[in-house]
Design a protein around this ligand. Structure first.
Ligand SMILES: [Zn+2]
Ligand SMILES: [Zn+2]
Length: 349
């Protein structure tokens, strides 16, 4: 099927309008007209080939919401006209222990990512949500609660689930003390979701600059990591710390903030960290862990949770032709807190 979008043709080329052919819908596919797509930091990394292995042309985008415009004859859970969403994955083996446990993100044969990943049947490189249409097998398509403001839902599909999954896995709820390091796209969702689950939430930041924003987002406390006395006073405090810092950094100031058996979960940086002392881990059975997005059933649970609690990201709406400027601002951390592309702007070009 023919569609249009925005693509980069090399690691130093800007994103430009791109007409392309998606595969013809299969019997189990849901075809979606995309209304909004969030702009994730991974999109920028993949366009620039920061993680190597980018296949060009690349159409990024894995925070996708829209309406179903067609369904294959075997599709059971979706009908034309339904709201629908797609996140970071469009397929997996559906057969291994991880897939069977609803943890498709850890599929033993690797999940198929929404963009820059070979399709499991025809081997073609997948192309993402910076486009007018997308299609995927129904197991990887999510229902969007009708009550939510659709223009703000898209970032839940990556930033939302990436923070929701570790909060659920480490049993965050009333009485739990959660720290959030970094207040960007992921961090601001971690604050909203943990507060929505009833936990006591502390934003941990280098300076005092984000204090007012943190409280506005629902945090209960604010800790300045450059303030040694305050850091010392907060030792042994947290059950869980969600670390959203997206570059190499030093965990040593943070691990002593965990209570005995507490866990610091890395969801931002994928790669090296500064050398880490094992003392807090050995002396208090504390843990450093990582977490990757979430499974499909858990993503649906997160969307339903956000629907019930009316939890949505803070978004800045852009037109498709503003994406290159948005990337520059994203790199500087100059966004409150997620760019969302209004895809109706693409149709008008
Ligand atoms: Zn993402
Ligand atoms: Zn699998």
């Amino acid at each position: 099927m023919k569609t249009i979008g925005y693509a980069a043709t090399s690691c130093d080329a800007p994103l430009k309008p791109f007409s392309f052919e998606r595969r013809e819908p299969r019997n189990n596919d849901v075809v979606i007209e995309i209304l909004y797509c969030g702009v994730c930091h991974s999109d920028l990394h993949q366009v620039r080939n920061d993680w190597h292995g980018t296949v060009y042309p690349i159409v990024p985008g894995h925070e996708i919401v829209g309406r179903v415009i067609a369904t294959g004859p075997d599709v059971k859970k979706f009908r034309k006209g339904d709201l629908a969403a797609i996140g970071c994955m469009v397929d997996s083996c559906q057969n291994c222990d991880q897939c069977n446990a609803g943890q498709e993100q850890y599929c033993r044969q690797e999940n198929t990512q929404t963009y820059n990943s070979p399709d499991r049947i025809n081997g073609q490189n997948t192309l993402g949500g910076y486009s007018k249409h997308i299609l995927a097998r129904e197991e990887f398509v999510l229902h969007v609660p009708e009550t939510l403001d659709l223009s703000r839902v898209a970032p839940l599909l990556c930033a939302g689930i990436t923070t929701y999954s570790p909060l659920r896995n480490w049993n965050v709820g009333p009485g739990k003390r959660v720290g959030v390091i970094g207040l960007g796209g992921l961090g601001h969702m971690a604050v909203k979701l943990a507060a929505g689950m009833g936990a006591e939430v502390t934003v941990i930041s280098r300076s005092d600059k984000k204090r007012a924003d943190a409280f506005k987002l629902g945090a209960h406390k604010y800790l300045v990591s450059a303030d040694d006395a305050a850091m010392h006073q907060t030792a042994n405090h947290f059950d869980v710390i969600i670390d959203t810092v997206p570059y190499q950094h030093d965990l040593n100031p943070y691990t002593p903030l965990l209570d005995i058996d507490g866990t610091l979960v890395i969801v931002g940086q994928i790669g090296p960290l500064a050398e880490t002392s094992s003392i807090p881990m050995v002396m208090g059975r504390r843990r450093i862990a990582g977490s990757l997005i979430g499974g499909i059933a858990e993503t649906q649970e997160m969307l339903d949770f956000c629907g019930k609690k009316n939890i949505l990201p803070d978004c800045e709406m852009i037109r498709m032709d503003e994406i290159n400027e948005a990337f520059v601002r994203l790199e500087k951390g100059d966004v409150h807190y997620r760019f969302v592309i209004d895809m109706s702007s693409l149709a008008k070009e």
